[in-house]
Design a protein around this ligand. Sequence first.
Ligand SMILES: C[C@@](CO)(OP(=O)(O)O)[C@H](O)COP(=O)(O)OP(=O)(O)OC[C@H]1O[C@@H](n2ccc(N)nc2=O)[C@H](O)[C@@H]1O
Ligand SMILES: Nc1ncnc2c1ncn2[C@@H]1O[C@H](COP(=O)(O)OP(=O)(O)O)[C@@H](O)[C@H]1O
Length: 300
Amino acid sequence: MTVSLHHCPAPAKLNLFLHVIGRRPDGYHLLQSVFQLIDRCDMLHFDLRADGRIVRTTDVPGVPEEQDLIVRALRLLADEFQRRHGRAVPGIDVAVDKILPMGGGLGGGSSDAATALMAANQLWQAGLSADELMALGLPLGADIPFFIFGQTAFVEGVGEAMQPVAGPDCWYVVIEPGVSVPTPAIFGAVDLTRDTKPVTISDFSRDQSAQNELGGFGKNDLQAVAVRLFPPVAQAVEWLGSYGQARMTGSGACVFCAVSSESKADEVVAQVPAAWKAWKAKALARHPLKSLLQNRAVVE
Ligand SMILES: C[C@@](CO)(OP(=O)(O)O)[C@H](O)COP(=O)(O)OP(=O)(O)OC[C@H]1O[C@@H](n2ccc(N)nc2=O)[C@H](O)[C@@H]1O
Ligand SMILES: Nc1ncnc2c1ncn2[C@@H]1O[C@H](COP(=O)(O)OP(=O)(O)O)[C@@H](O)[C@H]1O
């Protein structure tokens, strides 16, 4: 029996574009976006316990254990396990090496939760399908279903409707402008554009195959508000814009630019002003945990 899953990656995502096309009656915004996985990851480690408890064994600054999306997601899975199997889960210890910035628009919290759901589903032998894990995670974070889906996706609604799409095979330069952007402040702004004309998945795919320049399709409707409220985001967009199409991901704060090669990415990262953290990342076609779980390479 498998008792540990160590070195489970929780990758970041970039929103290659993000359009706000309307609003639901409950106030949530209807989005269209292409979500792209990249190879910058938090790393999670899981060990079965025998006493039924769910315990985070590492400190995450600013996130108390009770509020951690990892712990909240595991509690939901434990409740579902009890309903299905008529007994409690064995319990689990989870340790997190936190690499991704919070409030960065990289989906780190959601990705951590998705990795926890996939790993615990296997360790506890809970037996949920990917669709069932996605439905369990959605109320906790709109990006969780995408990370469980685990491949480049054209995403609609508030994050629940997705179709696979071929993404670019390229490198990115990502700048962390040093501010944490609260998502509610962006969606609540009076000047947010909420009526972008809907596009189709074919519009994106056609543009991908036709374009010579990397990363040009659409826009990020959340960017104008974030740039107004957080000057460092504006400065990062302007600086990176001299190397190509620079755009904010999600509700910010991180800003990215596609480049044609790893060496070009290294070159740009080396020139980023010291005030900002910057790194290169490669586009991933598939979630790295999926193949690890299939061939059990993470088992220790
Ligand atoms: C914008 C996106 C795009 O990937 O990502 P991030 O920047 O967070 O990575 C997500 O849709 C972020 O969704 P999610 O992570 O669930 O948002 P939360 O922080 O829970 O939402 C905070 C608040 O923003 C508003 N909100 C959020 C999502 C949405 N589609 N419409 C909204 O109006 C709601 O008022 C909500 O209470
Ligand atoms: N495991 C976690 N990692 C990161 N953030 C978490 C986690 N659990 C809860 N949070 C909360 O979620 C918020 C959003 O974090 P994150 O998902 O990293 O940013 P974003 O949604 O901008 O990509 C954080 O400010 C934090 O309060």
